[in-house]
Design a protein. Sequence first.
Length: 131
Amino acid sequence: MPAPPAHPPASPPLAGHNRVSTQALTRLAQAAAGAALGVEPADVRADWSDDAGLLALRIVAPIAIPHLALVDGPEDLLPWGGSVWERAARAKGRILESVTSLSGAMLSRVDIRISGVRVGSPVLLEAAGHG
């Protein structure tokens, strides 16, 4: 008797179309950027453009920072993931990975402009996987 297949056979494709709306992609991008930058998704603006057939994402958002009275030197930024510049640079990859994996959309790039700051708590960043 032959061994059963390792994976069950794939079901035949069904007729019809699946589409993810621009609004859904935008909300997903806002959530991913908010988590990466330690701010609320509602504080994030996300815009899309075509980049040779792929999607380019432009994010404008504030970033969470510690209360300045608590920062005496660079070591005090370690719980936050480093400087604003370092965190924004890392956020690009996190946002691209999150949006791509959750939506299936192919992104070519993520551009981030930090528009302000939100004095927050490192707990917010730890909950988002950044601490």
